[in-house]
Ligand binder design. Structure first.
Ligand SMILES: [Zn+2]
Length: 215
């Protein structure tokens, strides 16, 4: 089943998927040229995007409908997706659901588990990481603290050395809080909250104004 990992088994044909290439001898991106499937059988003709070699992949697949609840900014949507029964999923893993990258946040079998074979899974919870990340920043001016939100790309890097600007406010980051602790530098996707302090206007700064959100 190795080569089928995260193959979404829907009608999207234009995605790049990792398969073992017999020429490259490693898992590399392939494009699917042709797909024939029945409920239990899948035959793919694929082309290696690394070396151009075309080969066939045949699998006998048992599929299971799994309920997945995807959250985006606190709203959630329920979908039912078919997965191969012997695929293993784990919390923290990123999978593609109908073109949207989502990170698995919780897995329920008969109880909450951190990983499981699909065949035992009742419900998956996930958060979309295809959308920008909303990051809350608490800025202290010495007397009071006010909060602003920015919507930035998931891989936007914040650090405690830069001066940031939003509109007329200039600030420096004191602490970046994530699920795993506090950091001096982190990507937006992992950040729970940023704590910052106002500074005087500065010539060199990173402007976050365009990312400001009043959501
Ligand atoms: Zn190849």
């Amino acid at each position: 089943m190795e080569g089928l990992k995260h193959f979404p088994l829907d009608d999207k044909m234009d995605e790049e998927i990792l398969f073992e290439c017999p020429v490259c001898s490693e898992a590399v991106p392939h494009e699917i040229i042709k797909k024939r499937e029945s409920k239990k059988h899948l035959k793919l003709t694929v082309r290696c995007l690394n070396c151009g070699h075309t080969h066939n992949i045949e699998k006998t697949v048992k599929l299971k409908d799994v309920k997945i609840i995807i959250s985006r900014y606190g709203e959630s949507e329920k979908k039912v997706v078919q997965f191969p029964t012997d695929e293993i999923l784990e919390v923290g893993e990123v999978i593609n659901i109908q073109g949207e990258d989502v990170e698995i946040t919780s897995i329920e079998t008969t109880k909450r588990v951190s990983s499981s074979k699909i065949q035992d899974i009742e419900t998956l919870w996930a958060k979309s990481i295809s959308i920008p990340k909303k990051v809350g920043i608490s800025i202290n001016d010495g007397k009071t603290t006010h909060s602003v939100n920015v919507l930035v790309p998931q891989d936007y890097v914040f650090d405690n050395e830069s001066i940031y600007r939003i509109g007329n406010a200039f600030f420096r980051i004191k602490m970046i809080k994530t699920e795993k602790g506090t950091f001096k530098r982190e990507i937006a996707g992992k950040i729970k909250r940023i704590y910052a302090e106002n500074v005087k206007p500065f010539k060199k700064y990173k402007d976050l104004s365009e990312y400001y959100s009043n959501l």
